[in-house]
Design a protein around this ligand. Sequence first.
Ligand code: HEM
Length: 152
Amino acid sequence: MRPFLAFGTCLLVLGCAGNRSAASPLATPPASLYDRLGGLPAITAVVDEFMKNLAADERINAHFAGADLPDLRQKLIDLVCQTAGGPCVYAGRSMKAAHQGMNLKDADFDAVAGDLQAALNKLNVPAREQGELLSAVGSLRPQIVHNGAGAI
Ligand code: HEM
């Protein structure tokens, strides 16, 4: 009898707690990736570090020789901020249009993604937030990389 009662009480308590947290106006919504990264100042620092890495990366830096770097910096900040659920609006071209004709390969994409990861490591961004950001960036690969006939 005692174990059954204890079990019943436990279910009741869990049920109430579950309902309360779901319905309460005081319940805290989960923090967005934008907030967990540290908002715009942290995203700006990541993009600046990322661009330093790109400039120093001899595997891919020739691609950026004629680029408008201040404009690219602002677009990267807006894109990362928006993708992470922040208040920015990315107004640049689609990833397909921006990279069309560059004939980029998986190795180019991997180099750039590695430069981003190095920036995240340098700035001590935790593993969970790194994973979320890198997987969002990774999902852009098919729009950026040229993999043969029919692709960009
Ligand atoms: C890893 C994922 C990548 C992201 C998220 C990304 C993001 C962007 C963004 C937001 C722009 C600006 C688009 C616009 O001007 O409207 C851009 C342009 C550009 N990207 Fe990427 N890119 C990626 C990969 C690459 C790779 C792999 C390369 C070459 C190695 C590359 C080279 C360039 C160049 C040269 C420009 C043009 C800059 C200019 O002409 O001002 N990108 N990219």
